[in-house]
Design a protein around this ligand. Structure first.
Ligand code: MBD
Ligand code: FE
Length: 309
């Protein structure tokens, strides 16, 4: 039987130098993390007897992934963004926070700086053939007290599953708005029913998913950041009920509390009252925020966000 190379003193010495643990400069936490990551990579190579060719194909994959700007797509596909949510949920539970609207992942397609409206907005700027959707609700604290002046930053895909900015066929900030709640804590918007998103079929993320026998589809959904002074930032989404991928999301973001009823209105009276010619849908969804507290980990996640203008 051969003993693991990883246990040999000459390998331990190599790792120590790799992580800079034999010097007194640099950052301690970074050194400890680099040590563990290096150990884990070498251990996987050993466990699976990874050949040099296999190893370099993995490095080529990561290079392509970055060049295609798909890192933010693979991360949720591997469940890691959901794991970060699970850790934040646990930390809040340990600190005694209960209730409130559940968080779910941000995903890679947020753009900062969407137009700011007061109380209500229309999100669909680009004419599209699709079902009109009205969504409304109130932002409250845990006791149900409305929070006026909260900002509901909403973004979603068009009827083809594409997001403005990333999809050059859409105008700037199409289907993206920030809505400030009114004196009663209310927000409302008119938009168009989104379609589900699918990873680019010939893309780098889908290539790995193919190897895992997995699809790259998300159910139709609408994203939100909900913020208010002295409250914890909420990052969440609602899913459109009835979608075939509702409980089979490649990004693992579905939560039972985030599937509000979609009410379809087909009566002529309701259609006329809204000034429309076709049936439409409405969704009511309230957001419940937690007060901020020093002992809790920050819910504001620093990550690069493009801005369209
Ligand atoms: C999306 O629209 C999305 O929300 C996530 C998490 C990943 C890819 C596309
Ligand atoms: Fe999305």
């Amino acid at each position: 039987m051969t003993t693991s190379l990883l246990a040999r003193p000459e390998f331990r010495e190599l790792l120590t130098k790799v992580a800079g643990l034999d010097n007194d400069k640099g950052d301690e936490r970074l050194k400890r993390i680099v040590l563990r990551v290096s150990e884990h990579i070498c251990s996987v190579i050993e466990e699976f007897d990874v050949s040099p060719s296999e190893f370099w194909s993995a490095m080529a994959y990561l290079t392509e992934l970055g060049q295609a700007n798909e890192v933010g797509l693979l991360v949720p596909g591997l469940g890691i963004e959901t794991f970060l949510d699970m850790r934040m949920d646990e930390a809040e539970k340990r600190a005694g926070l209960e209730g409130g609207t559940p968080r779910t992942i941000e995903g890679p397609l947020y753009i900062a700086g969407a137009p700011l409206a007061k109380g209500e907005a229309r999100l669909d700027q680009d004419p599209e053939q699709g079902e009109v959707l009205f969504m409304e609700g109130v932002v409250t604290d845990k006791d149900g007290a409305p929070i006026p002046g909260a900002v509901v930053d909403v973004w979603h895909a068009n009827t083809k599953g594409g997001y403005s900015f990333f999809d050059p066929s859409q105008s700037q900030y199409n289907l993206r708005r920030r809505i400030e709640t009114d004196a009663e804590g209310r927000y409302r918007f008119r938009s168009i029913m989104p379609a589900g998103y699918a990873c680019p079929p010939n893309g780098v993320t889908q290539k790995l998913l193919d190897g895992l026998g997995r699809h790259g589809h998300r159910p139709a959904h609408i994203h939100f950041f909900v913020t208010a002074p002295d409250y914890r930032k909420l990052t969440t989404q609602i899913n459109i009920d009835g979608d075939e991928y509702l409980h089979d999301d490649f990004a693992f973001a579905t939560r039972d509390e985030l599937i509000p009823p979609v009410v379809r209105h087909a009566e002529a009276e309701a259609i006329n009252a809204r000034g429309l010619n076709e049936p439409f849908s409405t969704i009511t969804f309230n957001f419940v925020l937690h007060r901020e507290a020093d002992v809790l980990p920050d819910t504001i996640v620093e990550r690069p966000h493009a801005q369209a203008a």
